[in-house]
Design a protein around this ligand. Structure first.
Ligand code: HPA
Length: 272
């Protein structure tokens, strides 16, 4: 089936099951998926039952699209994302973002776990993404342009919507929550980076490194959505500390900051 037809098929599958259409969507990263379980009046649709939908394999990504109310907003939450390193093409992993655009989502809140490249960061810090460096060697916009979503050569100079970021920062400051802000570099994974790569990425201007988010942000931007990216610094990147990196540490730190992280998402829902 052709890509546009797949998007339409999934969109109509979802529309048949929804009474209210969401205007905001959340993509929940490693260890952060629990937020989808807190939506009020949830409609939970496992990815496995959605036609043409990619299926995640990463630990901590259970794979369900949950619709429901949170903080007075009707949202669609992707519990579990699909990563490029899982072996699907960038277009396949971003099909859900196209579908969300097709059903009327105007704002996408992307969350992830990342490694701190900036030496002033500490595990547990939360960072609003101000910009990215696409270092994963792939781009989901390659291939036939989907004209009805956006132009062939989209401008991405305000991909991570500055006004949204500013509003969230102000709200967080009022509550005494400190947020870092910085550049997220996407590495393909699945191995963590080498210490030499991390030193290079620091010179390039990266504050944080991770294996997701950039493909979804590019597609959301192409669809004309506003994008907010919130990264949880779950560990210092390779070579910064004299210790090994592990997915266990990523999950443990995400768990430790869950409450603050959830609060920041809620603040984002009030301003989005
Ligand atoms: N590198 C890449 N991805 C990550 C990291 C990291 O150090 N931590 C969490 N996701």
């Amino acid at each position: 089936m052709d890509y546009s037809a797949m998007i339409n098929e999934v969109a109509s599958y979802l529309e048949q099951r929804l009474v209210t259409k969401p205007e905001i969507a959340l993509i929940l990263g490693s260890g952060l998926g629990g937020l989808a379980d807190t939506l009020e009046d949830p409609i939970r649709i496992p990815y496995s039952s959605i036609p043409c939908f990619p299926k995640p394999t990463a630990p901590g990504h259970s794979g369900a699209l949950v619709f429901g109310r949170r903080n007075g907003r009707y949202v669609a939450a992707m519990q579990g994302r699909i990563h490029y390193y899982e072996g699907l093409s960038p277009r396949e992993i971003t099909l859900p973002v196209r579908v969300l655009a097709a059903i009327g989502v105007k704002t996408l809140i992307l969350t992830n776990a990342c490694g701190g490249v900036d030496l002033s960061f500490s595990p547990g810090d939360l960072m609003l993404i101000s910009d990215h460096i696409n270092f994963c060697g792939a781009n989901p916009l390659i291939g036939e342009n989907l004209e009805h979503f956006g132009p062939r050569f989209p401008d991405v100079s305000d991909l991570y919507t500055a006004s949204l970021r500013k509003a969230v920062k102000e709200k967080a400051r009022e509550e005494g929550i400190s947020l870092k802000e910085g550049v997220y570099l996407m590495y393909s994974g699945p191995n963590y980076e080498t210490p030499a790569e991390i030193r290079a990425f620091r010179i390039l201007g990266a504050n944080a490194v991770g294996m997701s988010t950039v493909p979804e942000a590019l597609v959301a931007g192409h669809c004309g959505m506003r994008v907010l990216g919130i990264s949880c610094v779950t560990n210092m990147a390779a070579g910064v500390l004299p210790q090994k990196l592990s997915h266990q540490e990523v999950l443990e730190t995400a768990d430790r900051v869950r409450e603050t992280f959830t609060r920041v998402v809620d603040l984002a829902l009030t301003v989005a």
